[in-house]
Design a protein around this ligand. Structure first.
Ligand SMILES: [Fe+2]
Length: 257
């Protein structure tokens, strides 16, 4: 299982806070810092998902995922722009939406969204490392993100709202009317949602692949250990057999018989 060291968790947190201070300004920056101060203890250790085969289901996985999505979004925006796409939003808007698309995974003002899975059976058979906290009122992750931002009175632009709201793409059924329309008046008037959805998808798959390669390396290590133990046992048996044989030989040569 992939794990971050306390130093990596701290480093990711510092990186996120630095990015906030470098990207936003004025009253919005103050309000953002207020929210991030409030959630610091819980947010820096929150996972990004509950199941190990999803993505970043480890302590500190949430912040790491957010940083990955921001990084992918900035790179993809450049790719779209270089390809000739219309970019009618600022980097600040793109980063704001990427930074908060999964904010609901932090939970509400009192409770964490994910709590450790206590059932050994579910951990072993379903790879469920964290489970949903039943104390929380049900909301989609996106709805909770928007609710938390309004709780801390953090304003957002229309493109930030559209981007954040649609980052899950068509994986979220409620997004269908935004993405699938036959009326040109209703089509998306900014590429921000497509770029954010691609960035989230890209980051998620990369995180999954990294988890998989750690798992495979661990499996190889376990297999090597098993082979070494087998070899050691066989050698012990052989040396036992040899010593039995040499004992017989000694008896034959020097025995009283
Ligand atoms: Fe995400």
């Amino acid at each position: 299982m992939k794990e971050l060291t306390p130093e990596q968790i701290q480093e990711n947190w510092n990186q996120l806070r630095q990015l906030i201070n470098d990207t936003f300004k004025g009253e919005r920056l103050d309000k953002l810092n207020h929210m991030y101060d409030y959630f610091e203890d819980r947010m820096c250790i929150a996972p990004a998902s509950g199941k190990e085969h999803y993505h970043n289901a480890h302590v500190g996985g949430y912040v790491e995922h957010v940083l990955h999505v921001i990084d992918c979004a900035v790179k993809l925006k450049k790719l779209w722009e270089d390809g000739g796409a219309t970019i009618n939003f600022s980097d600040e808007e793109l980063i704001f939406a990427a930074m908060h698309h999964d904010l609901g995974k932090v939970g509400d003002m009192k409770n964490d969204y994910y709590i450790p899975q206590e059932s050994e059976w579910h951990r072993k058979n379903q790879g469920s490392i964290f489970t949903h906290n039943g104390e929380l009122q049900y909301m989609t992750v996106t709805d909770r993100a928007i609710w938390l931002l309004q709780y801390f009175e953090i304003p957002m632009s229309e493109w930030e709202y559209v981007g954040l709201r649609l980052t899950d793409g068509l994986y979220e059924e409620a997004n269908k009317s935004y993405y699938v329309t036959y009326n040109p008046d209703f089509s998306l008037k900014s590429n921000i949602a497509y770029i954010l959805h691609a960035a989230d998808s890209m980051a998620t798959h990369i995180e999954h692949d990294k988890w998989k390669s750690v798992e495979q390396q661990e499996e190889i290590k376990v297999q090597e250990n098993v082979e070494n133990i087998k070899k050691a046992v066989t050698m012990e048996d052989t040396s036992k057999q040899l010593s039995e044989k040499s004992k017989d030989l000694f008896e034959e040569l020097f025995g009283d018989k």
